[in-house]
Design a protein around this ligand. Structure first.
Ligand SMILES: [Zn+2]
Length: 376
């Protein structure tokens, strides 16, 4: 999501990453604290003091977002839901989970853990601020701790708005799910509140922008758009997941794929396969064992003069977790793998052998038909 992100460090076994957009947020926060907020609240200090305070404030915000996401992640993991990594980006943080919770009770505790963590942190920062004032530290030093207390309080309140995908929306979904036993309906309602809240923020942003606060207005406008889009996407994703659940890859694959023997020359591959069949990529086999796959990209690496003397088996892309999926795997798993690897095709395996090819368009066609039938 949102392009490039880079690994920062590991904590409690979770990989912590920052998206490039987080740098933008860090700069914006530091600048607005140093040039706007702190000089307004604590006038007549040296500029270098404001920048130092702003830097501590920004690092504190980073820590606060991370603490919030870690709370979600620790609870998720303790219920057997693996969290791959935590990524901080422009609008905060996300804990990327492999699967959705299987029952409302787990969803509830996972969701509420974040806001509770933020509340605890808010109390801790406020306590720190009053201790600092107590022992006679300058007012503006204690002020930074007070600011972080306020930020955490805001984080807890904002996240408890009952619209999916915010934490409060997940709590609402868990409650409706528990109450009706219908996760679809629960998600639909929580998503609708989320979409409505997103639009409200967009409107608020526009009004703020028009009234002359350009940065603040644009900020709320963007957050509103993001919440609206995420609420819509979250519901779609659930529908997809439910439609594919319990259906194996075998059900969607094309059997008897055209395969290239490893002994074939590059010359032969170009003439008899690449020109001949309407595919970009072909599985490569040795006997009946799957070696990997080959396409135009691998051919390009071989100088034309060597095409006749080079075997496909020596240049093909090796089989890996990214380009294969087991025939008995859940179709959801295949879809996740395609999205992560940004590929539209996977080779379907049974042990060492290839038994078919799975195309994204076939999965999408099935989902389209189902959605169409349910609409009627
Ligand atoms: Zn949260």
């Amino acid at each position: 999501m949102f392009g490039e992100s880079f690994m920062l460090f590991r904590v409690l076994g979770f990989e912590i990453r920052a998206n490039v957009t987080w740098l933008f947020l860090a700069l914006l926060v530091t600048w607005s604290l140093a040039a706007g907020f702190f000089p307004m609240v604590y006038p007549d200090l040296a500029p270098s003091t404001y920048w130092a305070m702003a830097l501590v404030g920004m690092l504190g915000l980073f820590f606060s977002l991370l603490f919030h996401e870690l709370a979600h992640s620790v609870v998720a993991r303790s219920h057997g839901l693996p969290v791959h990594r935590i990524t901080l980006f422009l609008f905060g943080g996300v804990a990327e989970m492999e699967a959705e919770p299987k029952e409302p009770r787990i969803e509830f505790w996972m969701a509420i853990a974040g806001p509770i963590a933020s509340l605890v942190l808010a109390a801790a920062f406020y306590l720190l601020a009053s201790l600092m004032a107590e022992i006679g530290l300058p007012e503006h030093v204690a002020g930074v701790a007070g600011y972080l207390g306020f930020i955490n309080l805001l984080l807890a309140i904002f996240n408890m708005v009952p619209g999916f995908p915010l934490d409060g929306g997940r709590v609402l979904r868990a409650a409706l799910w528990q109450w009706t036993g219908n996760i679809r309906m629960a998600t639909r309602w929580a998503s609708r509140v989320g979409q409505g809240f997103g639009l409200l923020l967009v409107a608020l942003g526009l009004a703020t922008f028009v009234s002359g606060n350009f940065v603040g207005g644009m900020w709320w406008f963007l957050i509103g758009l993001f919440v609206h889009a995420a609420a819509t996407a979250g519901y779609q994703q659930l529908l997809t997941q439910q439609a594919l659940q319990g259906r194996t890859v075998r059900r969607f694959m094309t059997t008897d794929p055209v395969t290239v023997p490893a002994e074939a020359s590059v010359q032969g591959f170009v003439e008899e396969y690449l020109y001949h069949h309407n595919f970009d990529r072909f599985p490569v086999v040795q006997g009946d064992r799957l070696l990997g796959s080959v396409g135009l990209a691998e051919v390009r690496k071989v100088p034309r003069a060597e095409w006749g003397g080079t075997q496909i088996g020596d240049v093909c892309l090796a089989r890996s977790k990214e380009n294969t999926v087991a025939a008995d795997a859940d179709a959801n798993e295949a879809l996740n793998r395609m999205q992560e690897g940004r590929t539209g095709r996977l080779m379907v395996t049974e042990g060492d052998h290839i038994v078919g090819v799975l195309a994204l368009k076939d999965l999408l066609r099935f989902l389209d038909i189902r959605a169409e039938l349910e609409r009627r």
